[in-house]
Ligand binder design. Structure first.
Ligand SMILES: NC(=O)c1ccc[n+]([C@@H]2O[C@H](COP(=O)([O-])OP(=O)(O)OC[C@H]3O[C@@H](n4cnc5c(N)ncnc54)[C@H](O)[C@@H]3O)[C@@H](O)[C@H]2O)c1
Length: 289
């Protein structure tokens, strides 16, 4: 299956979706808004591949070099999605978490993509149905929700809207397995499985801290040592990106304004306003070098 990943370079991960697809033998085009971003993405991919072969091919450097060569051969980049989509079987959209921007892109791609091409969004919180309805291919539209860091995290949530055909759903499940992931399925409901449970938990941690009940450091230690989580909620928020987290909670709050689990946080809003977005900007709840 040839895939077009409409995406970006980033430590937060979307580049890595492309990487796992290319490493598993798929032909992939990575699309982003500028050559500069794409250059950074390509560099990030090469560095990541070097790390992979150090572990995977420790005793066989020649096989490692061949793996990198083969993977990179599967990758190309473009800043013009419309001009490359004509030769793709699958589009995975992973751009900014904004319905209007996503719909505009899908509408353009819908005009140029072949009839059979499946569209999938990697959205963490938006309704897949609303994106599908912006196109003429509602039956060939679903969600493919990967988790960061994508090369390490085994899960993919495959989202089926009421219009997604069984054939499309099965193709998305097969694709997830072909890139080495373990798919689970969920209906098109806010946050699907993981974020529906995780985002209210992280927001509750922010509220605990905002009330002054505990320090963010202690909350992180408590959840790591007491609940066995690999990261505390503030470390995780910084990793995910505070802007992305805010988009999610604001969107859900507008859907269900009386649900206290979806209440916005003044502290999170303030940090986003100050452009302290977490690891990607060097500062969020914590500072990074
Ligand atoms: N951050 C996470 O941990 C995470 C995890 C799973 C899923 N997601 C989802 O992935 C998507 C991206 O999240 P993010 O945090 O990486 O966002 P981000 O805003 O940090 O990055 C978005 C990227 O999309 C590019 N972009 C924007 N408009 C574009 C367009 N029209 N065409 C091509 N590229 C365009 C930008 O240049 C940028 O590189 C969102 O839907 C988010 O919900 C994020």
């Amino acid at each position: 299956m040839r895939g077009l990943i409409v995406n970006r370079q980033c430590v937060c991960g979307n580049t890595w979706k492309m990487l796992v697809a290319a490493a598993s033998g798929h032909t992939v085009v990575l699309v982003d808004q500028s050559d500069e971003i794409l250059k950074k993405s390509t560099k990030g991919i090469e560095e990541s591949l070097k790390r992979v072969i150090k572990k995977k091919f420790a005793d066989k450097p020649e096989a490692g070099a061949e793996f990198i060569k083969k993977t990179l051969k599967n990758l190309t980049t473009s800043t013009d999605a419309a001009s490359v989509v004509h030769s793709t079987d699958l589009v995975i959209e992973a751009i900014v978490e904004n319905l209007e921007v996503k719909n505009k892109l899908f509408q353009t791609l819908d005009k140029f993509a072949p009839e059979h091409t499946i569209f999938a969004s990697n959205t963490s919180s938006l309704q897949i149905t609303k994106m599908a309805n912006a196109t003429t291919r509602q039956d060939r539209f679903g969600g493919l929700h990967f988790f960061n860091p994508v090369p390490m995290m085994k899960l993919v949530e495959v989202i089926k809207t009421p219009m997604t055909s069984q054939k499309t759903f099965e193709s998305l499940v097969d694709f997830s397995k072909a890139v080495g992931k373990s798919p689970v399925s969920c209906k098109d409901t806010p946050g699907f499985i993981v974020n529906r449970l995780l985002v209210p938990y992280m927001m509750e941690a922010v509220r605990l801290f905002e009330r002054g009940d505990a320090s963010k450091e202690d909350i992180d230690v408590a959840m790591k040592l007491g609940a066995g989580y690999p990261m505390g909620p503030f470390e995780l928020l910084d990793y995910v990106g505070l802007d992305t987290s805010k988009y999610i909670i604001d969107g859900w709050h507008s859907l269900e304004p009386n649900n206290p689990l979806f209440a916005p946080s003044p502290l999170l809003n303030k940090l986003v306003e100050e452009k302290k977005l977490g690891k990607k900007t060097g500062e969020g709840f914590y500072k990074y070098k």
